[in-house]
Design a protein around this ligand. Structure first.
Ligand code: FAD
Ligand code: NAI
Length: 462
């Protein structure tokens, strides 16, 4: 039996970042992980592998669509799917081994196996029970299944199966037009698969700024994805190597079927807390299966904390990381803080989509007086040169104080551009503060400045 200041359960972005910060703050730390490699969902079957496939398939798209226009002639590359999967696996390996290195560097013990909490202050891994003054649960999330749909990870797949398909399918039905469906749908569409997305609601990417939703759907449709909205999937049947998806259109209750080689179920994720023994401990859970925590990530059981996908809030790696760092500060007796009003969201399609803060729809609902400054990438020289002029930047600011309340970007490098607005919001900046900041030319970031100018006397280039 070993004794620790902190034992973190789970080594995803929440858990591993938390463990490293705890060690940096001088706490004797261990991290329990049941997978063969560190890094959780994000590094093994989430953020990183999906971005590798998005990158590779985007390069193909560029070669097929834009190279010849720039005088780069020749046949577009053909796809060696096996090699693309090897590249993806190598990227995963580099990242997961990187965390192992960081654990060693920070003298964090990796307790290999599945952990449970037999009582407060104790963590059991295999046959060994370890003592811990503080236990931090970062056990993450798992795929949420649909009634009538059985995931076999061969024909009917979750994101995990979709990252490992033995071959590129001819036809794929994606259930759910959320982040996973659109990212992985884009990958296969670029590789030549006919992709049909079936979504329960009447818009794609629910909760996102409506103007962005419309532009996004239009651009993805232009790329070849098709959308069936307002459709409730009833069942998926499989027969040998084929699947049949049955859905009902909400507007007239009519029933339809689609045949597919692969069906991707991307209708959300749910907190994963199996096997931890939380019931017996009396840890309070929400009706949605999330561990309930207070403002300092403490559960109702003394000495037990929880962070990341297994608690409330957006299921995002950077949200989990921020909570990991903050709770480490708390258990070290310092002040940990996460500003939940400034957590960006990014969809890594092409173009990228990024948002932070309030949407126009939310501001209207709150009855708040605001102004919207918008600038199209059509007016941005760099975007035009790079065949990336689709999309816009929209900044929302308080009508009276000019303080930035939110931003919505669809366009090139949106996932990077959003951060200058995040920093501005953290500092309580006004749109004018952004507009008065010199931005290098020619960069995509000039579109952010122009949108800020559009909140005042007007942009220059439109
Ligand atoms: P996880 O990463 O889920 O890690 C939890 C870990 O805990 C797992 O490794 C699990 O094995 C381990 N564990 C659980 N229970 C136990 C136990 N009892 N004992 C030992 N170990 C245990 N987010 C983004 O921000 N950007 C993206 O681009 C992005 N892309 C994604 C793409 C896909 C396909 C998916 C599925 C998700 C993506 N996400 C993305 C979401 C992101 O992966 C999660 O928000 C993030 O991983 C949550 O981190 P976490 O530390 O809370 O949990
Ligand atoms: P999601 O919540 O983003 O989207 C699910 C979609 O499925 C919604 O549009 C919903 O209306 C729809 N849906 C639900 N039930 C349905 C039904 N019966 N029939 C048809 N449509 C239905 O969930 P998703 O895409 O599975 O992603 C899970 C989580 O992973 C998200 O919370 C996201 O934050 C995270 N993630 C983040 C990424 C990023 O930050 N780039 C990338 C991938 C995942």
């Amino acid at each position: 039996m070993a004794s620790y200041d902190v034992i973190v359960i789970g080594s995803g972005p929440g858990g591993y970042v938390c463990a490293i910060r705890c060690a940096q703050l001088g706490l004797k730390t261990a991290c329990v992980e049941g997978r063969d490699t560190l890094g959780g969902t994000c590094l093994n079957v989430g953020c990183i592998p999906s971005k590798a496939l998005l990158h590779a398939s985007h390069q193909l798209h560029e070669a097929e669509h834009n190279f010849a226009k720039m005088g780069l002639k020749g046949k577009a590359p053909s796809v060696d799917w096996k090699q693309m999967l090897t590249y993806k696996s190598e990227v995963i390996g580099q990242n997961t081994q990187g965390i192992e290195f960081l654990f060693k560097k920070n003298k964090i013990d990796w307790l290999k196996g599945w952990g449970s909490i037999p009582e407060a202050g104790k963590v059991k891994v295999g046959d060994e029970v370890h003592e811990a003054k503080n236990i931090i649960i970062a056990s993450g999330s798992d795929v949420a299944t649909l009634p009538g749909v059985e995931i076999d990870e061969k024909i009917v797949v979750s994101s995990t199966g979709a990252l490992e398909l033995p071959k590129i399918p001819k036809k794929m039905v994606v259930i759910g037009a959320g982040v996973i469906g659109l990212e992985l749908g884009s990958v296969y569409s670029r590789l030549g698969t006919e992709v049909q997305v079936v979504e329960f609601l009447d818009t794609i990417t629910p909760g996102m700024d409506a103007e962005v939703q419309r532009t996004f759907q239009k651009l993805l449709t232009k790329q070849g994805l098709s959308f069936t909205l307002g459709a409730a999937v009833q069942s998926v049947e499989t027969n040998k190597n084929k699947a049949k998806v049955t859905y009902k259109l909400k507007k007239d209750d009519s029933e339809h079927t689609i045949d597919a080689d692969v069906v991707l179920v991307s209708t959300g994720r749910k907190p994963y807390t199996d096997g931890l023994g939380l019931d017996a401990l009396g840890v309070k859970m929400s009706p949605r299966g999330q561990i309930e925590t207070d403002a300092h990530w403490a559960t109702n059981v003394k000495g037990i904390y929880a962070i990341g996908d297994c608690i409330a809030g957006p299921m995002l790696a950077h949200k989990a990381e921020d909570e990991g760092m903050a709770v480490a500060e708390v258990v070290a007796g310092k002040h940990g803080h996460v500003n939940y009003d400034v957590i960006p969201g990014v969809i890594y399609t092409h173009p990228e989509v990024a948002n932070v803060g309030k949407t126009e729809e939310q501001l209207k609902e709150e009855g708040r007086a605001y102004k919207a400054g918008k600038f199209s990438f059509m007016g941005n020289g760099r975007a035009k040169a790079n065949f990336a002029a689709d999309g816009f930047v929209k900044i929302l600011a308080d009508k009276t104080t000019d303080r930035i309340l939110g931003a919505h970007i669809i366009g090139p490098m949106a996932g990077d551009l959003i951060h200058e607005i995040c920093v501005a919001m953290e500092f309580g900046a006004s749109a004018q503060d952004l507009a008065l900041t010199c931005h290098a030319h020619p960069t995509y970031s000039e579109a952010v400045r122009e949108a800020a100018l559009a909140c005042g006397d007007g942009p220059i280039h439109s």
